[in-house]
Design a protein around this ligand. Sequence first.
Ligand SMILES: Cc1cc2nc3c(=O)[nH]c(=O)nc-3n(C[C@H](O)[C@H](O)[C@H](O)COP(=O)(O)OP(=O)(O)OC[C@H]3O[C@@H](n4cnc5c(N)ncnc54)[C@H](O)[C@@H]3O)c2cc1C
Length: 578
Amino acid sequence: MPYHKFDVVIVGSGGAGLMAAMQLSHKYSVAVVSKLYPTRSHTGAAQGGVAAALGNQEEDHWQWHMFDTVKGGDYLVDQDAAEVLAREAIDAIYDLEHWGLPFNRTADGKIDQRRFGGHTRNFGEGPVMRSCYAADRTGHMILQTMFQQSVKNQVQFFNEFLATDLIITGGRASGVVAYSIRDGDVHTFSAKAVVFATGGYGRAWRITSNALACTGDGMSIAYRSGIPLEDMEFYQFHPTGIYHVGVLLSEAARGEGAYLLNNEGERFMMRYTPSLQELAPRDIVSRSIVQEIREGRGIDGQDYVYLDIRHLGAEKIREKLPDITDFARTYLRIEPITDPVPIQPTAHYAMGGIPTNIDGQVILDEKNTPLPGFYAAGEAACVSVHGANRLGTNSLVDLIVFGRRAGKHIAKMLDSGELDYAELPANADERTKQMISRIRAGSGEHAETIREEMRDVMTEMCGVMRTEDKLQQCGAKIAELQARYQNISIMDKSSSFNTEMMEAIELGYVLDCAEATVESAAARKESRGGHFREDYPTRDDKQFLSHTLAYRKDDGGVKELRYKPVVITEFQPKERKY
Ligand SMILES: Cc1cc2nc3c(=O)[nH]c(=O)nc-3n(C[C@H](O)[C@H](O)[C@H](O)COP(=O)(O)OP(=O)(O)OC[C@H]3O[C@@H](n4cnc5c(N)ncnc54)[C@H](O)[C@@H]3O)c2cc1C
């Protein structure tokens, strides 16, 4: 049985995983286990930028950034975490700059910054330039820069290894089990600390901006290990996905001045949010688009509207938005310099995830009890800095700030000897082996049928607009799919690069995430941020100013929902007006 021993094992090589690795590898042995080659992680697809109140273009302060984050998240944000995010963003950006990240520059050589939705000056007065960027491929540059630094710093990579289990012994995390995609072997990793930085689960929906690999693996593995999932009902639909395809056209386009138009050629956002217009937070813009379509103002009566960048001029478009204009050409055969681009909301980002405190330690309950040795960071985690709705460019900064904090906290615990190896049980890999045998021996449907039905029902019943009735139907359907999944079958029984096996395992993960999302959404009878209930259209702070924690039954299904108070320090909840 292949066995490895490292001080720290990090699952995931996106921005969050690599940032954590960088804090540790100079002193401790660090393994990064990733189902993808590191530079293919979804972080590489991030386009628009990374927020930090550097004030390079105009006056800005971290307190303003903190306020915008709290208000943008519809006051469900834990404000101690938002303070850390906004304060430490500045230093974290300079770390990236010093590691060689090629940011766009101002005329006097500083990091250039641009506008993004919901980021404002002086506590909401008007838009501010806060997003640091490298053209419209900021995430790509972050990933390349950190991967090079990690290689230089002796981080050991286990690429194309699919993590399948978390080992918990004596009440603490002590390792990880992973399936080697190359040869089908099951490997056991013993570690003093484990970090999950496994990204989001946009693949639960049909129209999504997320890469194929975004199947919520880490969230599901944690959930199956008795750890709750926090705030899963808050899933973000980004307003501007390419029509039918879902591929993202970054908010950077609107940051640079693009308009949204309905079938009357009207800039309809002027009616919904007069002060920020197209740069209102994403939940509001997505709902406004759906409203326009419902009222018959979609283009040609269809379910899309236009994103119009023509007035920016060819030169600015080529310089500032090269990649996304190429996407429009590739996927729609439309030339954005001369024609408006059809767009619709697309499933984009999980505000919820594995609950952690501000040091990245995973917590087990509403009393914030940590599970020693277990950490999570990035989109897989819920700190919670995004509350009910994340602002654009606030995810990349979440990765680098909280990836860094998790890494530093582990280093501190290792330095003081508070974390150590545990004796692993002889059968640590048993659950994984059983899962693989069950899938190999299954005689039921193939993954594809179940996956397609899941994506349809999630899109129709658990999307931008929700109702009791739709969520009940959706919950019943997901439960049915979970039952059918137990007997799933594959045609390819081989061991080497068996992607059918991998996809079957991933389907189980994403179904778990869908299940927790729907059940949490059904129980939240209010509207807040990305969770909009047509039957409860207002926010209800009396009953629901709290985080949801969804626990799983041992044999599947949600066992119980618990609630945890929101941390409020500076900003009392107010009505969110823009
Ligand atoms: C198209 C797009 C554009 C975006 N643009 C922006 C932007 O401009 N600004 C912004 O702030 N945010 C943006 N976001 C959001 C942001 O990019 C993501 O939230 C963030 O990159 C997630 O990073 P991560 O490190 O948490 O995970 P990811 O980068 O998704 O990496 C996940 C890692 O986990 C590994 N992994 C997953 N499961 C397993 C498993 N079972 N076993 C082993 N390894 C596993 C994968 O191999 C991968 O390395 C964008 C997102 C998308 C989809």
